[in-house]
Design a protein around this ligand. Structure first.
Ligand code: MF3
Ligand code: CO
Length: 250
């Protein structure tokens, strides 16, 4: 599949989809507290998304049953909200959400620590965000996709973290997942040349221990093989002739 170049009008719509998703994440962060269930977060998230006139893009996607992926502690991504799953003080909570605005998608994830977390948790969340920002230093027209991937992975790996290899970032637009696939590690290939108008969901998933993951029996939830913590950070990014635009961050 070719990588689509968005027109000025499409960029306008994706910018609005991203702006709304940034607000959704801000509101969810404010609401997050011990005692809530992961289903409470999903319901609130869906309500906020719809209040902006958007559709939650994950709901029903490949059969995914919720609007927000809520992944706790050793869960890497795609945790399924559940009324029996209570959030506790100190939990590492990854929230992944997507919205569709007038047919255009945005996708973003944040990882929060509820209340006071351990040093291990705080360092992990910080390094995961930092790895994203290392990557987007290379998100410029004329560079190659592999430059972003290598920068993300090498940054986290050098600090002793496990960089998840089984899941990747992706192009985004009228579909949640479009070409290209964006690994979070150096594949040894430079990959495609970046052009202004490409929109990319860049999403490092970083583990405190091993990079290895496994899937739970629900066929969605990805967890770390060693049971240690994982964090996820994602934004939808527009490649321009200059600095990249982070569409899902205010
Ligand atoms: N950010 C995730 C991804 O790009 C969200 C997909 S969850 C799903 O894979 F439920 F929609 F599949
Ligand atoms: Co994504």
């Amino acid at each position: 599949m070719p990588v689509s170049i968005k027109s000025p009008r499409e960029i306008e719509l994706m910018t609005e989809a991203g702006r709304i998703l940034a607000l959704v994440h801000e509101e969810l962060e404010k609401a997050l507290r011990p005692g809530m269930t992961t289903l409470d977060i999903d319901k609130l998230g869906e309500e906020i998304i719809r209040s902006y006139g958007c559709i939650p893009s994950f709901l029903g996607y490949n059969g995914y049953p919720a609007s927000i992926c809520v992944s706790l502690n050793d869960e890497v991504v795609h945790g399924i909200p559940n009324a029996g799953r209570i959030i506790h003080e100190g939990d590492v909570v990854s929230l992944d959400a997507g919205v569709i605005y007038k047919g255009y998608h945005s996708d973003a994830a944040r990882t929060h620590i509820v209340g006071e977390g351990t040093k291990e948790a705080k360092d992990l969340v910080r390094v995961t965000e930092e790895s994203f920002f290392e990557g987007i230093k290379y998100a410029r027209e004329g560079n190659h996709l592999g430059d972003i991937s290598a920068a993300i992975g090498n940054y986290a790996r050098a600090l002793g973290y496990g960089v998840v290899r089984d899941l990747c970032g992706h192009g985004i637009g009228t579909n949640l997942h479009e070409a290209p696939e964006i690994t979070n590690f150096d594949t040894g290939r430079r990959g495609l040349r970046l052009k202004a108008g490409m929109t990319l969901a860049i999403e490092p998933m970083i583990n405190a221990g091993t990079w290895q993951v496994r899937w739970l029996d629900d066929d969605w939830t990805v967890v770390t093989k060693d049971g240690r913590l994982s964090a996820h950070y994602e934004n939808t990014v527009l490649i321009t002739g200059g600095e990249p635009k982070l569409l899902t961050l205010r």
